[in-house]
Design a binder for this molecule. Structure first.
Ligand code: CP3
Length: 346
């Protein structure tokens, strides 16, 4: 038996235990709201070089942990390393976001194979090993990947923004889309399994673009590939808990929670916390929901918001987090206050 003080409170909550106060980590906790991150980012030629440098990636992970008593570290990487490793051109435009050579408009889609992609991603697994060696035992290490449809939308459109083009392509080129999703399921499963082998205690699937889908497409593009991803991970021997975060799933959220095989459900900002509790299976751990803008606003409204989330989720296993990533204009002082309020809430 592991020494109880070495078992992270996050893993206990993921195991279905009600922990008071709940564990806390913050989506995008390493990032531009930290001045030391901006300094570090300036040392890499490009954002992808940053992600593929085990030394820089490890340092980025440690930065927020030095400032705040968070219960988890999350790998520093990006969901778009998968298309990059599969041979699609990916780059990041300063102040705008990611760009890829869009598949839409190309007559034939050609990709590299999974095996080679996983080889190319070896610096990510090396970073994971280094991080594990440098954080306390009771801090959980989270691995991650994008959901198959979220990554596919970037590959199709070449950028964020509205997803009409990607959705229309799901109707117009169904067999190619299904083949792309299958390739992403297999590559993502191998990528996540390698992260777990390198030291991740649990993983999160960021399905950031679960929004705006009619039921038939939600079933085909989100439910089916996610269920396939989870069962492929289990077949690969991965027993680590899986947090699914279907941002914008709305009315489809209950089916996502019940039918994909995930361990815990990430709740976005717009979903009423009580609705999420009602929709998810009775003892499923819930995570998230605090409006990231409250961490920019600070003060009284932040405190009220935090207390509301704590109140609604307190009847089941709960992991405190935001409903989406922290924004660059949030202040480290407000993050300190947030963690203090949560930790003092027992
Ligand atoms: O601290 C952490 O959470 C770990 C690192 C992490 C990053 N991206 C680093 C990053 C994680 C978990 C992600 C996930 C990710 N990446 C998602 C899913 C989560 C979400 O926000 O919905 C998505 C959609 C992406 C794709 C992506 N990468 C976008 C849209 C952008 C641009 C927007 C932005 O914030 O700049 C990125 C770039 C990116 N990924 C940055 C960081 C720290 C900023 C780039 C920089 O520092 O120059």
């Amino acid at each position: 038996m592991a020494d109880p003080k070495d078992v992270s409170v996050l893993l206990r909550a993921l195991n279905g235990e009600r922990v008071d106060p709940p564990p806390i980590w913050i989506m995008r906790q390493a990032g531009r709201y930290l001045p030391e991150y901006r300094e570090l980012r300036g040392r890499a030629k490009s954002f992808l070089d940053f992600c593929y440098s085990p030394a820089l990636a490890t340092e980025a992970v440690l930065q927020p942990l030095r400032r705040f008593p968070l219960d988890a570290a999350i790998l520093f990487s990006d969901i778009l390393v998968i298309p990059d490793a599969l041979g699609q051109k990916v780059w990041f435009v300063e102040g705008e976001g990611p760009r890829l050579e869009p598949l839409i408009g190309q007559e034939r889609w050609v990709f590299g194979d999974t095996e080679k992609a996983i080889q190319r991603l070896s610096p990510v697994y090396e970073a994971m090993q280094r991080i594990r060696g440098q954080i306390a035992k009771d801090v959980a290490l989270i691995g991650f990947a994008g959901g198959p449809w979220t990554v596919a939308t970037y590959m199709l459109q070449g950028r964020g923004g509205d997803k009409d083009d990607a959705r229309r392509t799901a109707y117009l080129r169904p067999s190619e889309i299904d083949a792309l999703l299958s390739l992403l399921v297999e590559t993502t499963a191998r990528h996540v399994a390698a992260q777990v082998k390198a030291g991740a205690d649990c993983v999160q699937i960021f399905e950031s673009w679960a929004e705006g889908l009619p039921l038939a497409l939600f079933e085909r593009l989100i439910l089916k590939p996610t269920a396939a991803l989870v069962s492929r991970l289990r077949a690969l021997g991965v027993t680590a808990p899986i947090i699914g975060f279907p941002r914008g799933a709305g009315a489809h959220m209950g089916r996502y929670a019940r039918e994909t095989g995930i361990t815990a459900l990430g709740v976005d900002t717009q979903t009423p916390a009580a609705f999420a509790r009602e929709q998810a299976p009775a003892n499923m751990p819930l995570q998230g929901n605090l409006d990231p803008q409250l961490v920019v606003a600070g003060g009284e409204v932040l405190e009220q918001g935090v207390r509301h989330v704590l109140d609604v989720f307190r009847n089941g296993p709960h992991i405190f987090n935001l409903g989406h990533g922290i924004t660059p204009d949030a202040t480290p002082e407000n993050v300190s206050a947030l963690v203090r309020i949560v930790k003092g809430a027992a």
